[in-house]
Structures are given as structure tokens and as C-alpha cells.
Design a protein around this ligand. Structure first.
Ligand code: CP
Length: 305
């Protein structure tokens, strides 16, 4: 593959190969000397039109650990603010001859459009409510390392599924790898017709969590709600927030995940987020490893590689 635009289009073999490569990157990242030379001489541009803590910093660290020159484009102080379009911005950066551009954009499909306009490899770091492929890969890596497998596990994806690119990428990946996926949320925050994707749908949190192996919480994305339906935080937490009591419906060895950023007391209770069943910090560590794996895999298809 020349780009990574989504989980859609990756085969189970592609996914497993990336996870194997990421396991090696975890070992590298735990050594004192973390630097490799796979991307030496290559230029990586991180172009983030939306805020990010985890994704941007881990792509930067991943590129640097592989020896690339990494440039973080500061959109907030760029000519985007003067009205330059996505296409013109892409063409401008393309003229500087980068090898890889990592893009986050608020419009679904913007990253695909950009990939058609540039000569280099493009990685989707989140496009609107469409896909966030490296998040799904890092979640899969975290699950596989803790459970030893993905196949046959019951995974509940909970909360604001409607606005979530993380949910979409995870549903595609987990099903491709043989997991059984449930989605749980208020009907107003579930995409209409989601059952068509082969997931089990629950609007009752306790019923949905019964006997699952993995509980994946999602952030309530109030910034994408455009005033339509914004639930009260107190009521949302009461019915859909993950607290110790609701978590007891899951298997005793169930593990809790959240892609971040978390709203403590909205979709997840603090004691659960920081508790013994939580993998949230490990997910962040896996984020760097997965991004190293993705950059390395793309590097093999760069010209003159
Ligand atoms: N999970 C995730 O994408 O986090 P950031 O928005 O901080 O990158």
C-alpha cells in the first residue's frame, strides 16, 4: 500500500503484519537507545487541522525514532487562516518534496482528496467522523498483547458512536480479525442502520456490557453536535458513564480502554480510568509503536527505497 487512508482496504494479513512490526517497535522504544535509521534522509510533515495531543506527538516521536526529519506544520499560524484551501496547502507542501504527510482534518474524505493531489505517502490521522486507522491499530495491538488474541473476543464500543471515527475504524478492524463487536449508546448517538455492519446494538449499558472481554469507551464529542442533541452531562454519566458498578456486568477479567482525550465524570469515572482493569496508559505507549510500524511499512514503498 502506498498510503494508509483507512482500515477499510486492509486485509487481516496486512493488519497482523503491522501488529507484528509494532511489537518489534515496542521493544525498540523500551531500549535506552531508541533511534533507528529506516527513515534516514526522509522528510515527514505532520499537518493537523484539528487539535491533537496523542496522535501528533506520537507520530513525531515515531518519525524521529526511525531517523526521519519531522516537521510539525502549525495550521493555527499558517496561511490556512488567510483562506488558503486544503488543495493549495497540499500543493504548496508537496512542492517541498516531503516523503510522508500525516494529516488530520475535520472533514470526512479530506485525507483521500489530499492523497490524490500529492506525490508522497499520506497517512490518515483522523478525518471527520470517517476513520482513524492508527488508533484502531494501536487498540488492536493493546488487546492482542493483553489477551493474546483478538479472534473470538467480545468487545463493547460505548457512547457517542455517531460522531466517532475511532468507533468506525475499530468496528472494521475488530470484525476483520474475528472479534464480536457490540455498540452501546443512547439511540440519538448511534448511527442509523448501524446493525447493517454486523454489530449487536444496545441502548442499555448494563445489558450491553454483560460478559464482554473488552470495554472501549468513547468521548462525548459535544463539539460535533451542532446544537442538535446535546445530552446533559449528569444524565449521560448516570446512564452511559462507565463506573465500577456497570463494569461488574463485564467478565471479571475484562479490560477497559479509552482513546483519549477523556472526560472524567462524563463517559468514564476517574476510579475506573485509573483502576487495575484500565489499559489507557498502555494504549498511549502502543500508539508510538504502531505509528513506527506504519511509517516503516510505507517507507518500503517510497521511491528509491
Ligand atoms: N486518540 C486521539 O486521537 O487523541 P488526540 O486527539 O489527542 O490525538
Amino acid at each position: 500500500h502506498r498510503h494508509l487512508l483507512g482500515i477499510e482496504g486492509l486485509s487481516p494479513l496486512d493488519i497482523a503484519a503491522l501488529l507484528d512490526r509494532a511489537d518489534e517497535a515496542v521493544d525498540i522504544s523500551r531500549q535506552v537507545e531508541k533511534k533507528r535509521s529506516t527513515l534516514r534522509g526522509r522528510t515527514q510533515i505532520n499537518l493537523f487541522f484539528e487539535p491533537s495531543t496523542r496522535t501528533q506527538s506520537s507520530f513525531e516521536l515515531a518519525g524521529k525514532r526511525l531517523g526521519a526529519d519531522v516537521m510539525n506544520m502549525s495550521v493555527a499560524s499558517s496561511s490556512v487562516k488567510k483562506g488558503e484551501t486544503l488543495i493549495d496547502t497540499a500543493a504548496t507542501l508537496n512542492a517541498m518534496r516531503p516523503d510522508i504527510i500525516v494529516v488530520r482534518h475535520h472533514e470526512a474524505g479530506a485525507v483521500h482528496l489530499l492523497a490524490r493531489k500529492v506525490d508522497c505517502a499520506v497517512v490518515n490521522a483522523g478525518d471527520g467522523a470517517h476513520e482513524h486507522p492508527t488508533q484502531a491499530l494501536l487498540d488492536a495491538l493493546t488487546i492482542r498483547r493483553n489477551k493474546g488474541r483478538i479472534e473470538g473476543l467480545a468487545v463493547a464500543i460505548c457512547g457517542d458512536v455517531l460522531h466517532s471515527r475511532v468507533a468506525r475504524s475499530n468496528i472494521i478492524l475488530l470484525q476483520a480479525m474475528g472479534a464480536r463487536v457490540r455498540v452501546i449508546g443512547p439511540s440519538t448517538l448511534l448511527p442509523p442502520g448501524i446493525a447493517r455492519f454486523g454489530v449487536e446494538v444496545f441502548t442499555d449499558m448494563r445489558a450491553g456490557l454483560r460478559d464482554v472481554d473488552i470495554v472501549m469507551m468513547l468521548r462525548l464529542q459535544r463539539e460535533r453536535m451542532n446544537g442538535s442533541f446535546v445530552p446533559s452531562v449528569k444524565e449521560y454519566f448516570r446512564y452511559f458513564g462507565l463506573d465500577g458498578d456497570k463494569l461488574r456486568q463485564a467478565r471479571p477479567d475484562a479490560l477497559v480502554m479509552h482513546p483519549g482525550p477523556m472526560n472524567r465524570g462524563v463517559e468514564i469515572a476517574s476510579d475506573v480510568a485509573d483502576g487495575a482493569q484500565s489499559l489507557i496508559k498502555e494504549q498511549v505507549e502502543m500508539g508510538v509503536a504502531v505509528r513506527m510500524a506504519v511509517l516503516e511499512a510505507l517507507a518500503m514503498h517510497l521511491p528509491n527505497a
